[in-house]
Design a protein around this ligand. Structure first.
Ligand code: PDD
Length: 281
């Protein structure tokens, strides 16, 4: 694989990051994942905008290559011949001379910029979309600024492991009795043809796929309610699903062992998946 590190396109084995990089030592970094379908980037403008916001919320210097990110994405897709897959981008506060809690002087420490691709030939015809996935609920123990897409992914990783141990595919996280989101996706339920998903705030990531799906749903005259919901309400729903750049719209057929609707992917989620895949290409 060819990867991008600080201005250079290199074979992955030759790419190097300092041991003092704050992304490595302190999870002081932000990231984006953009999907690629038929060689084309999906929703890139949204990801670029959220990246700028994440950097600014953390007072991170904007790397010099920021205006060139689209070209860098496209070049990596070309070099690695990605037809279907993902582009991962990470920007950290860089590598100062020593470990220190205080942010380094941006005049002397430049951000570290890394991009790599992941080839996923089955990305858009994932068999899980036909079967649906099972989720469990777990307590949301992440920090309180989940609207910033940081690389602090230990708790989401633990959540995926808890799901796996319980024989499920993923976990929905609960705070003050309400669902925040999935470990790496936004969570939705459908009741009487109304799509219900948590309102935006610091408690969840403002999903780029979420924004697109809600826009398409409204254009198709579907009803949308942005509000919190409980697991009990979700278990009584007609359908449930998740969205993210790597899963698009993915039906959820079981929550904490309770089948949702008929226990098979429902028509509204299937339609939204189709609309998203058609409209966003
Ligand atoms: N995850 N919520 C969380 C906590 C996420 O990590 C993600 C994305 C989303 C969905 O956002 P978007 O639609 O912009 O992808 C919601 C990415 C895919 C990941 O970590 O791999």
């Amino acid at each position: 694989r060819t990867v991008y590190v600080n201005g250079a396109y290199l074979p992955e084995a030759e790419a190097k990051i300092s041991v003092f990089d704050r992304g490595f030592l302190m999870a002081d970094g932000v990231y984006e994942v953009t999907s690629v379908l038929d060689g084309k980037l999906i929703d890139f403008a949204g990801h670029a905008k959220r990246l700028e916001r994440s950097l600014s919320e953390l007072d991170m210097p904007q790397p010099a290559c920021l205006p060139d990110l689209l070209d860098i994405h496209r070049e990596l897709v070309r070099l690695n011949e990605i037809d279907k897959g993902l582009v991962y981008l990470q920007i950290t506060r860089g590598a100062p001379d020593d470990r220190d809690f205080a942010f380094p002087d941006p005049e002397t420490t430049a951000p570290t910029v890394v991009l790599f691709t992941q080839n996923k030939p089955g990305l858009s015809d994932n068999p899980a979309a036909k079967k649906g996935i099972k989720v469990i609920s777990i307590e949301d123990q992440r920090w309180a600024r989940r609207d910033i897409k940081t690389v602090q992914l230990l708790y989401p990783s633990m959540g995926k492991m808890m799901a796996k141990a319980a024989g499920a595919d993923d976990a929905w996280m609960i705070e003050d009795g309400a669902v925040t989101e999935g470990t790496s996706n936004n969570a939705y339920i459908i009741k009487n043809n109304t799509i219900i998903t948590r309102h935006l705030g610091n408690e969840i990531l403002h999903g780029i796929t979420r924004a697109a799906v809600l826009r398409f749903a409204k254009e198709a005259q579907m009803k949308v309610e942005e509000r919190s919901f409980t697991i009990a309400e979700a278990q009584e729903a007609d359908e449930a699903f998740i969205t993210s750049a790597s899963t698009f719209v993915m039906p959820v057929v079981e929550i904490d062992g309770t089948a949702i609707g008929a226990g098979t992917p429902g028509p509204v989620a299937a339609r939204l998946r189709e609309i998203y895949l058609d409209e966003s290409r």
